[in-house]
Design a protein around this ligand. Structure first.
Ligand SMILES: [Zn+2]
Length: 451
């Protein structure tokens, strides 16, 4: 096993910025040593501040296909539910090999945007009549083509709504019985052993899965992350109340213990008491600010949640936007618009960029069961190098560079991205993306021609 040594002027470690760091990476792509105030001798120079790779806890990669294509307002009011119909139509056209191309391209875009790990909440199991293992394998192959580390979260989807409503025709390719799902998860766990990928499971939502079936799911699939969409839309909360007299979060916590396996996606419409319960649990809340804004979901009370000890991560969800800085910026901006304050999600004496990046990456790593989130011995060598030569960054201290990325920049301020000790993005570009571009363009044009 060969080791590689890197040197950088600034690295964001667990306890803050360190100067003149030597980072040694072993042949397995893990950090073997970090020395500070160290020499550059024999090391590969990383030319800007080095920060941990961002963790993307929630993605539906196929939805990149319709990014930007749902901006035409037809008759009546557009909503999450009208958007969902457009998305179902788009996914219905994809074959597994097309999914692989699209996903490879989109994973490359996400890496350029500073993400090194993605939690893929995967529900189109029978795309174009394929077997579930085939579509899952397409995603793993796409991640390998891009160099992205994946935590694949096969979705358990059974019903169209509360009270075991039969799925609609267009939802049938998502439906799976528990034994089939458990078989798929078991096969995937064997498949990814020894790689940078992990496997969990995702009961889709309390609309699509009956809550009383969750304890059985957790006993059959008894390890790995568990992700669930919850309380994203007011209509979902209202339907749940009509069905059982309780909100989705109340219903969930009556049936399961929110331990470290859990990641609650969105949780947008949470009462004060629900915020307290989630914050005091071991679960992570996965916030997806650009998608939540695009779909008109609402605003999660993030400051209240953090004040009570809650941990949040971020996700690109519909992949309308594929850079981490924009998600973090909108997360704080939403709170600012609501509270008429600035720099809401950091404390006195802190820089917002560092606080948001560190918190989201750390909680995200736990939520996806990946050895990342911070630069430390034993963690994987996943990191982002800022473009210190960019006029907005040149000559600044590391905190002002990271603040500029989070508040004013995006992928244009990212120079390099490394995953498991391998450089996947250089000069802001993933070298594999250009070759896939014509096919991605064709798939998007086909979508509009079929409309
Ligand atoms: Zn989602």
């Amino acid at each position: 096993m060969s080791t590689t040594t890197f040197h950088c002027a600034y690295a964001l470690l667990e306890d803050g910025w360190a100067r003149d760091c030597r980072i040694t990476v072993n042949g397995e792509g893990l950090i073997a040593a970090i020395d500070t105030d160290a020499s550059t001798a024999g090391a590969t120079t990383l030319p800007g501040p080095v920060i941990p790779g961002m963790v993307n806890v929630h993605s539906h990669i196929h939805q990149r296909l319709i990014a930007g294509l749902t901006g035409y307002r037809a008759a009546g009011a557009d909503s999450f539910w009208t958007w969902r119909e457009q998305m179902y139509r788009a996914v219905g056209q994809l074959a597994p090999d097309e999914l692989k191309t699209l996903a490879s391209y989109a994973f490359m875009e996400l890496i350029e945007g500073g993400y090194t790990v993605t939690g893929e909440f995967h529900y189109p199991h029978r795309l174009g009549g394929a077997e579930p293992m085939q579509t899952a394998a397409s995603l793993l192959e796409a991640a390998d083509a891009a160099g992205m580390a994946l935590t694949l979260l096969p979705v358990w989807y059974r019903y169209a709504g509360f009270g075991r409503q039969a799925p609609a025709e267009r939802q049938r390719p998502f439906v799976m019985a528990l034994d089939e799902l458990a078989g798929l998860v078991g096969d995937l766990v064997d498949d990814v052993a020894g790689s940078i990928h992990r496997v969990g499971v995702a009961p889709h939502s309390l609309r699509a899965v009956e809550v009383s079936d969750l304890p059985e799911l957790l006993s059959v699939i008894d390890s790995g992350p568990v992700h669930l969409h919850i309380s994203e839309q007011p209509a979902e909360v209202d339907e749940c109340r009509k069905y059982c007299g309780r909100t989705p979060i109340e219903l969930l916590t009556e049936h399961v213990d929110l331990d470290r396996r859990w990641c609650l996606i969105h949780a947008t419409h949470a009462s004060d008491e629900e915020i307290r319960v989630m914050a005091q649990s071991d679960a992570v809340v996965g916030l997806c600010p650009t998608t939540e804004a695009d779909l008109g979901d609402g605003l999660f009370p993030a400051r209240e949640f953090v004040d009570q000890g809650g941990r949040f991560a971020i996700g690109s969800d519909s992949n309308l936007v594929t850079d981490a800085a924009t998600e973090l910026r909108l997360l704080d901006w939403g709170q600012r618009l609501q509270l008429n304050r600035r720099n809401v999600l950091c404390d006195e004496g802190e820089h917002l960029g560092r606080r948001l990046w560190r918190d989201a990456a750390g909680a995200g790593a736990d939520a996806l069961n990946q050895p990342v989130g911070t630069l430390a011995v034993g963690r994987r060598a996943d990191w982002v190098v800022l473009d210190a030569a960019h006029p907005l960054l040149a000559g600044l201290d590391a905190d002002h560079q990271l603040d500029t990325l989070v508040l004013a920049g995006a992928r244009d301020l990212v120079d390099q991205v490394w995953i498991a000790g391998r450089k996947q993005v250089d000069g802001g570009r993933h070298p594999g993306r250009a070759a896939l571009a014509p096919e991605v363009a064709r798939l998007r044009r086909r979508l509009l021609q079929a409309a």
